[in-house]
Design a protein. Sequence first.
Length: 469
Amino acid sequence: MIALTLDRIAEITRSRIRGSAQPTDIVNGPVVIDSRQAVPGSLFVALGGERVDGHDFADAAVSAGATAVLGSRPVDAPQLLVDGGDDEVVAALARLARAVVDELPDADVIGVTGSSGKTTTKDLLAQVLSRIGPTIAPPGSFNNELGHPLTVLRADETTRFIALEVAARGLGHIAHLCRVAPPRIGVVLNVGSAHMGEFGDRATIARAKGELVEALPDADRGGVAVLNADDDAVIGMAARTSARVVSYGLADTADVRAEQVDLDDTGRARFTLAIGGATARVQLRLIGIHQVHNALAVAAVLHELGTGVADIATALGEAGSVSRWRMEVTERADGVTVVNDAYNANPESMGAALRTLATLASERRAFAVLGHMAELGPSHRAEHERIGRLVTESGVDVLVVVGEQAAGIADGAAAVADWPGETLRVADVAEAVAVLRERLRPKDIVMLKGSRVAGLEKVAEQLTVEAAE
């Protein structure tokens, strides 16, 4: 973070200096919510939490070098005290992040949203932007009202780009995050069924995602909305922004296009990138045909920043997977391939994963280990049955359905009378591991996919750790 005195931080956060804190004391290190990450010059933010209260670790943070503690309960340490509990502490953090962004006019803020693919696209974007200049981006899916300001507060005078993933659990959430760190470039990937239970319908999801393009500056001030031309709900957001619109996709009308798209024998996408009259061949390191749209979104941003098509192709080809449990491929010594895509799931990403499995399997025996898709609301049952039917069309030999909430997947597959595959219903992760231990043979491929709460990454860990041992 940029160096600030405590009295300046108190003014920004609307807090009171107390204890042994002095107005001229300086915070010039990171802002952290874990006392174990405190270092000299840092600011420790104490939050109540469900199981532990951060205020109880104030002394540990200060002993590690933290200049002060920002919290809502008095502690025996140099402190900035906020009235109103955790909600006001988070609000204070947001005000501090906004103040820091305003002090960094040369840092470009780029926001990425969508129903799926946000984290992968943000990771790609951060990697390619770092080739141009110092870049800040959140780890994993650190994309909410707490992770957003904490990421921004890592920026300092050297920062050239701040690449942010913006998520929403309801209307107004993205608009709030954009007030914390106003983006100049906004990327909207897709509008799907994720969080249908919270939003109610796809139109409301589109309203929420479109808050990003509404927050952009107008075209005369450099605002750019990067929109997916192949998603009607996304390209329709062009009418909601005064920023300049740049489209990407497979459509002939897209400004940034992918042509001659296919997968190599390892499931990695390749295509010809076309922007204007220039073209270049791209070979991605990421697995799955769905990665093409993510890469095109990143290409559009790079082009807006002045990078040539050939250099964009090189940068995309050298970027790899960063965040865990997203199409992680492990080859065991016995020839079994484990594909861990268990971080999260919705109908769109589940379909993409099954298509990728079909490509990777080729002549091999394919196992699909699927958990339930959360937050689908009234469409829960129908969407799970639809995925079950899709399994039967995807070349899967053995379907393992984990947990009662995913039962619709098994029912959907069972409804397809002529499917030659086998469906196994298991109660939990432990039973899934036991079934796979018994049935997997050398050269088989097994993919794991489900919402985060299904915990299928534990199945992948067991399969890969045991094989290594």
